[in-house]
Write a protein that binds this ligand. Sequence first.
Ligand code: HAM
Length: 421
Amino acid sequence: MSNSLRAVRGMNDILPADSGLWGHFEATVRDWLRGYGYQEMRTPILEHTGLFKRAIGEVTDIVEKEMYTFVDDLNGESLTLRPEGTASCVRAVIEHNLLYDGGKRLWYTGPMFRHERPQKGRYRQFHQVGVEALGYATPDMDVELLLMTARLWKQLGLADSIRLEINSLGGAEARAAHRQKLIAYFQAHQAELDADAQRRLLTNPLRILDTKNPAMQALVDAAPSLMDELDDAARQHFDAVCQGLTDAGIAYRINPRLVRGLDYYNYTVFEWVTDKLGAQGTVCAGGRYDGLVAQLGGKPAPACGFAMGIERLLVMMAEAGLAPATPSPDVYLVNVGEAAGRYALQVAEALRDAGFIVLRHGGGGSFKSQMKKADASGAAWAVIVGDDEAAVGEVSFKPMRVEVAQQRLPLAQAIALMKEI
Ligand code: HAM
């Protein structure tokens, strides 16, 4: 196959062998969200580029180099494939005035797009489940978000391999004061900065703290801490979140260097991380973004939320052997002969009416080869029709997993008997 006809690099097909695990995950997530009163939101995959620039921040990796942006030839508008869901969700909330009668708990799922270097756990099209609680200012909501994620890890069987890191970014004033101190500190150590840090020094010095460069670890470890700048309100909010986690028995680590790659956060930020995925260890991340609704033109409203990377969680589940077995059909419908082929379609529908899951053999083939397929399908029953059965409205049927002789009966009687057994 020529390269130009293959899937785009970093964008994956989800094949039948994997879709069972996806379905299991999605069903678990839907139940879990219902348990917390969250309502689903679906927004377009394309948005105006300006939305993401404004929400995520001009000087972030996502906006500077990872967005799939193009000009719509028809009207010259700049559009972008969404790199995340919070901006779109908040846009829709404002556009449809969803906060008119108080806070809203919303969730979404779907593909997101970032032009990153693909590797295990990092893709250019990936999928998130995102959760946003809008209109709630108090720390109990931050705690509820963390309790609910902890519950999901349990439900998915991953609780032992995911741990929580949290931090507070304080309010705007604390960040401004910290920013000045950081710039001064890094300027005093300019020779030790790598190219990335040099570039960020005056634009986004907070992100230097997030560096993965081993040569800069000592430098960032000794950098001024944002924690020291928190005012009383921010400190109390953070203490209340920590207390809520302790009350609920959820272990956490305060990581003063946790800063996040999107600019909209204030106060609480957190990441759920694992050691099972190599470099791409963050499976879920989020925090408060109390300024974003107003920044995008809405009436000011506090908010917090998170998003998890579905592929990363599924890799963990598959590697831990937590993928559900592919369900087998109840009946494999063997049909040999032309009249039998037509009759088999009716038999299959009648069996489905009776509640059986039926895999009808398609495409002809000998009786022997069809019986082999019936066996391989894992079906509990083989229902067999030839032209003889078709002529008189009967079927032969045989349990595949126990030693019981094949029987031949009129269709309705066969169904009644199969339902009894
Ligand atoms: P984020 O940290 O950019 O936050 O992404 C959330 C999660 O999406 C990550 O922790 C990771 O599991 C997954 N993810 C991100 N990029 C990729 C990728 N290239 N390949 C695979 N998985 C990836 C947000 O997107 C915020 N909107 C979260 C949020 C919601 N904050 C408040 N509300």
